[in-house]
Design a binder for this molecule. Structure first.
Ligand code: ZN
Length: 122
């Protein structure tokens, strides 16, 4: 459980973590790991932002600058994640890599030479 003080210190730390993650990992499979790390980081930063706002509210305090810092940290991670969007949609579209026969409309293997339903040459 994060304390209010930890949250206050955390704001400065958040920005450094992304840079570190990249250099410490091997090039192979790095993108995938980066993506996972970014997703984890995003949810963690969002959680911390929520905890901070909650703590401030509960203590009757206001610290718009600190809240803004966390919001910016969340936005920074979101932007990093957005850079991976083509890969994410690639994953999602894997199931759609199917072709339809232009003759009968049956679903065919993209590598097939003939439609298995009507025999049309693909
Ligand atoms: Zn066909």
């Amino acid at each position: 459980m994060l304390t209010f003080e930890q949250l206050k210190r955390g704001a400065a730390v958040v920005a450094d973590t992304a840079l570190k993650t990249g250099t410490e990992l091997a090039e192979k499979g790095k993108r995938q790991v980066d993506l996972m790390a970014l997703r984890t980081k995003l949810s963690r930063t969002q959680r911390e932002l929520g905890a901070l706002v909650y703590s401030l509210h509960k203590n009757g305090e206001e610290d718009p600058e600190l809240v803004e810092k966390y919001i910016q940290a969340v936005e920074a991670v979101e932007q990093e994640l957005a850079a991976y969007t083509p890969d994410i949609s690639d994953e999602a579209n894997d199931a759609d890599v199917r072709a339809l026969c232009p003759s009968c409309g049956a679903e065919v293997d993209p590598a097939a030479t003939f439609c298995r339903v009507c025999g049309y040459k693909l």
